[in-house]
Design a protein around this ligand. Structure first.
Ligand code: AMP
Ligand code: ZN
Length: 493
């Protein structure tokens, strides 16, 4: 029997606005699609939050015993600087500025994306398709939508006819908008616009001669509209209707609304049963974003090299910080919040270390099976990681009391406690306990302190050749010594 048969998972469905019991289309299997990054710059911590929320969701679904096919794409074409189908392709623009090939931009930032996610201990998705690898599928969907009469061609571009679509279907049902209101609130189209209505969006755009990223099509050379790739890739790998589609809240409109419209227009039915939206990471109370410069890179957090930080933080501490908030809540990043998470993370890891050597007794004071179920109840309630963490700390409290001899635990309960902590801390939350690297850094500290002591002795013997040699050679290795009133300290770059 699989765990999912014992546990009732509820998911907040953005489409209905309700928390619903999760029922996959095929028993025991889950198809999940998450919009991936547009690889034109380094991934910032805000992007990482959304992907981490879905990594945790992927992990919990797997933990429950589901066979999950998790598709997270790479957007390497079609995402324009301006969301209203105008302006340059973000990747082509970067390539022009850096005087490199668009595919060099894609390669550089795809590698960065994977490297960062790896440091955060993400599980790789089952399939990571690219937009440029699915041009043929995208052309196929455009043809279908044209045949059904929900798109029109103008001068080598193809646009989705939102008004026509809205006569039979409901454009705006995901974001809770009404087409009439959208029309009332938009200005008239500029005279040069090819669109019939401002709400229409591009399925295919004609490539001007200077546009490098171009593919042949029945309407001439061009490139696909941004929303289309996700419809093409999700349909190809998960089917016309699949279980879960996720992304950041900011993608709900227009991106996901357009995905629904494209799927319904081409095959007549709704593509997704559960729409899930992760909330934003903010900094100084404002959304973290590439475009505004209000962002921080994961590397800056790991090295501590950013003015808002007093020190570096490890990937696991940052991951713990993220998991302390529910994925649908806004989370604000600050040095104080990270310091508090670091304390909590160490308290949890110390308890895990102590757990191994806990003495056992004939009786337990703490009802472990009940506590274990509370951990599941938290996760079953729309992946409520902050409540789960509160229960884990309840476990920590008892571990500490047992260690101090103030409470007791049986052998069997100790095994269950250990298994539950391992399941939730490492498998579901994806935290890592890097004792080896902690030990390494303790060793490094000891060695450098010894060298500082030898350098001080050399200096007091006026042996400056030796003292300088120690300082310079450490510096060449990236270890800087700093002499101050309180003595010599060091930093590692
Ligand atoms: P992009 O690379 O811009 O297409 O964004 C990739 C993902 O990051 C999308 O799912 C966005 O919704 C998400 N995202 C962007 N900014 C933030 C933020 N400040 N907090 C959380 N997620 C974000
Ligand atoms: Zn998408």
């Amino acid at each position: 029997m699989q765990l999912y048969q014992e546990q009732t998972l509820r998911i907040s469905n953005s489409l209905t606005g309700k928390k619903e019991i999760f029922k996959p289309i095929n028993e025991g299997h889950v198809g999940m699609y998450v919009c991936g990054p547009t690889v034109y710059s380094n991934v910032h911590l805000g992007n990482c939050r959304t992907f981490m929320s879905f990594d945790m969701i992927f992990r919990y679904l797997r933990h429950l015993g589901y066979k999950v096919r998790y598709v997270r794409n790479i957007t390497d074409a079609g995402h324009l600087v301006d969301d209203a189908d105008e302006g340059e392709d973000k990747i082509a623009k970067k390539a022009r500025l850096e005087k490199i090939e668009p595919m060099e931009v894609v390669q550089r930032y795809t590698v960065d994306f994977h490297y960062i996610l790896d440091q955060f201990n993400f599980l790789p998705p089952s399939i990571e398709p690219t937009a440029t690898g699915h041009i043929i599928e995208q052309l196929g969907i455009i043809k279908e939508i044209l045949e059904k009469g929900y798109a029109y061609e103008v001068n080598g571009s193809v646009y989705f006819d939102v008004k026509k679509f809205n006569e039979k279907y409901e454009y705006g049902k995901l974001s809770g908008r009404k087409l009439e209101d959208m029309i009332a609130n938009t200005r008239e189209l500029a005279a040069q616009s090819e669109k019939k209505n401002p709400q229409d969006f591009a399925l295919w755009k004609k490539a001007e001669p200077q546009h490098i990223m171009r593919w042949p099509s029945p309407w001439g050379d061009g490139f696909p509209g941004w929303h289309l790739e996700c419809t093409a890739m999700s349909t190809k790998y998960l089917g016309e209707t699949f279980d879960i589609h996720g992304g950041g809240m900011d993608l709900k409109f227009p991106h996901h609304e357009c995905e629904i419209a494209q799927a319904e227009a081409s095959n007549g039915h709704s593509p997704v049963n559960y729409w899930m939206h992760a909330n934003m990471l903010t900094m100084n109370g404002k959304k973290m974003a590439k475009s505004t410069g209000n962002n921080i890179l994961p590397g800056e957090i790991f090295s501590g090299e950013n003015d808002i930080l007093s020190k570096p933080f490890t990937p696991s501490v940052v991951r713990f910080f993220m998991m302390q908030a529910h994925y649908t809540s806004i989370l604000d990043l600050s040095n104080d919040a990270l310091l508090a998470s670091e304390k909590g993370y160490h308290r949890l890891m110390d308890a895990i270390d102590n757990l191994k050597d806990l003495p056992t007794a004939e009786v337990s004071n703490f009802d472990i099976p009940e506590w274990r179920q509370k951990c599941y109840d938290a996760m079953n309630d729309d992946f409520n990681t902050p409540i789960l963490i509160a229960h884990l700390f309840e476990g920590v409290k008892h571990i500490n009391l047992i260690k101090e001899g103030k409470e007791k635990i049986t052998d069997a309960d100790k095994v269950l406690l250990q298994q539950t902590i391992n399941d939730f801390v490492f498998d579901v939350l994806g935290l890592e306990h890097k004792t080896e690297s902690n030990q390494d850094s303790n060793k490094l500290q000891g060695v450098v302190e010894l060298l500082i002591q030898l350098r001080n002795e050399a200096r007091s013997n006026r042996d400056f050749a030796t003292s300088d040699k120690i300082r310079d050679q450490l510096s060449a290795m990236g270890i800087q010594l700093k002499d101050g009133k309180e003595g010599t300290t060091f930093s590692v770059s």
